[in-house]
Write a protein that binds this ligand. Structure first.
Ligand SMILES: Nc1nc2c(ncn2[C@@H]2O[C@H](COP(=O)(O)OP(=O)(O)OP(=O)(O)O)[C@@H](O)[C@H]2O)c(=O)[nH]1
Ligand SMILES: [Mg+2]
Length: 488
């Protein structure tokens, strides 16, 4: 990739920041942990449960330093970055525990600092600072744009939009696109309409029924304070890969705005946030994708490959050897595993491992260790054997959120139901090639379909000795992988 002036400027800024961070880390050991995942993947719940567990004494048998009592205490410290909103832990925890509701959707980056005082196995007292950064995975999927021209991006976006099931959602936008003359004069109204229809198409793709994951540019669906600005007002055109946009043309206007998007949105995110992370957890709502069938799963696979490529891109194309992103551990976590019986947890992990395998091999060449886990940051269900006729079926019990409906029944938020979660296949390949597996289904023994039910967070029993721990599945395994080695 040719180095433009912007690239060089960017490198200078990055190097300066790296030096600053390095000095700070030297005197005050710090891990910057990135928590990401696509919208509704479970980021906010994960961070809230993690902090609650560490500061209030969770049950973490697999998190060695914690289980052996070497962690003297963990407490929140003031948020260190002045320009980043603080992760609103107190509100989220209150919503989760007192109101038994899931926290509201968050659309921006946020950050929180946790200070952990611990004892090394040799007895010496130490302190580790953990900065947790919650950011939308959609922003990450934008990073590959840095290495792509407008023409390349247009070509790829159009190709993707002509495949099923996307093509059925792109009709209106494609029709408008056919009326545009790329080499004609620039036209603000036509561009506005194109951007609006293209955004509508992206939004439709994200619709739950399709659960499509790969949707750059990410800010089109979560514009924040940039809504309506020129940097967010462009769309793909059907233009040749090696062509040059004539001056004053519609095409040239699109190119200008596409480049502005990179300058205003993508580069600052890379520089100020992504490049400073040490460790990363990528949360994936794999169950949601299974429920939508093989196309959604392939899309998810492509999105995961895209995410892993970001870690490589960081190390090769964009930067010189002066500065390298330092992420050395990446954990992929399938969330909401409490919707499955524990017999299926290992299978869920196997599917995720299969989904990231190709891309993981490439990312590992960069020296980052990669692992996979199926977890529930907050376990909303219990397991039981429920009698059906003469059989006893393994099932899960949970309280559907008020207003949730299934088979014509509307739940009041207080009634517990037993569901028979669908089985995942033993061989993950079955999910990917679609052979006989069309999304998760409830077992034949169950005539009601509870797959999409949202359960309320669990009711915690007060035992009079302070706040009780939140139940979870394998959250401790995630912690052990993400920070365990730094507490040695
Ligand atoms: N049962 C169960 N549901 C979960 C769990 N984690 C998340 N969820 C569900 O997933 C939804 C989204 O979780 P969030 O933590 O808000 O996800 P997010 O990635 O922060 O979402 P955005 O802020 O919208 O990007 C919640 O409202 C819950 O319904 C879990 O551990 N167990
Ligand atoms: Mg959130």
């Amino acid at each position: 990739m040719a180095h433009t002036f912007t690239d060089i400027l960017e490198e200078a800024r990055l190097s300066a920041r790296a030096l600053l961070d390095y000095g700070e880390h030297f005197f005050n050991p710090t891990i910057r942990l990135g928590v990401t995942g696509l919208s509704r993947a479970g980021k906010t719940v994960f961070i809230t449960a993690l902090i609650h567990g560490l500061t209030r004494g969770g049950r973490f048998p697999v998190f060695e330093a914690f289980a052996t009592g070497r962690i003297a205490r963990a407490q929140l410290a003031p948020q260190p970055d002045d320009a980043v909103p603080r992760f609103d832990y107190e509100t989220h925890v209150r919503t989760l525990i007192e109101e038994r509701r899931w926290p509201n959707s968050t659309v921006d980056i946020s950050e929180l600092r946790l200070v952990i005082d611990y004892q090394r196995p040799n007895g010496a007292d130490r302190r580790l600072t953990l900065d947790i950064v919650d950011y939308p995975g959609e922003w990450l999927l934008d990073l590959p744009l840095l290495g792509k021209s407008y023409e390349q991006w247009s070509r790829e976006s159009l190709a993707l939009s002509r495949e099923a099931p996307r093509v059925h959602l792109a009709g209106e936008w494609h029709a408008q696109l056919a009326t545009l003359n790329a080499e004609g004069r620039e036209d603000e109204q036509a561009t506005l309409a194109a951007a609006r229809l293209f955004t509508g198409y992206l939004r439709a793709c994200r619709d739950e029924r399709f659960a499509m994951s790969l949707l750059p540019p990410g800010r089109f669906l979560m514009p924040g304070n940039l809504a309506g600005s020129p940097a967010l007002t462009f769309a793909p055109l059907d233009v040749p890969l090696d062509g040059t946009a004539p001056e004053g043309s519609l095409w040239a206007m699109m190119v200008r705005r596409y480049e502005a998007y990179k300058d205003v949105v993508v580069r600052p995110f890379f520089r100020d946030h992504f490049a400073r992370l040490d460790r990363q957890i990528v949360l994936v709502d794999a169950l949601g994708a299974f429920n939508s069938g093989p196309e959604a799963l392939h899309d998810l696979e492509a999105a995961l490959a895209g995410i892993l490529d970001c870690f490589r891109i960081g190390r090769s194309t964009i930067l010189s050897s002066l500065f390298r992103p330092r992420i050395d551990r990446i954990l992929f976590a399938a969330t909401k595993a409490d919707h499955l019986h524990h017999l299926s947890h290992d299978r869920l992990e196997a599917v995720l491992r299969r989904a990231v395998s190709g891309a993981a091999a490439r990312a590992e060449q960069t020296g980052a260790a990669i692992d996979v886990v199926a977890l529930a940051a907050v376990r909303a269900t219990r397991e039981a054997l429920v009698a059906r006729g003469r059989d006893k079926l393994p099932s899960i019990l949970g309280t559907p959120a008020p207003g949730e409906t299934a088979n014509g029944e509307t739940f009041d938020g207080n009634t517990e139901v037993a569901t028979f979660p669908g089985d995942l296949p033993v061989d993950p390949e079955e999910l990917f090639n679609g052979a006989g597996f069309r999304g998760m289904s409830s077992t034949a023994a169950d005539d009601s379909d509870f797959r999409f039910l949202r359960f309320r967070p669990p009711l915690l029993e007060q035992d009079g000795r302070g706040e009780p721990a939140l139940p979870h599945i394998r959250l401790d395994r995630a912690l052990q992988f993400l920070i365990g080695d730094r507490l040695q």
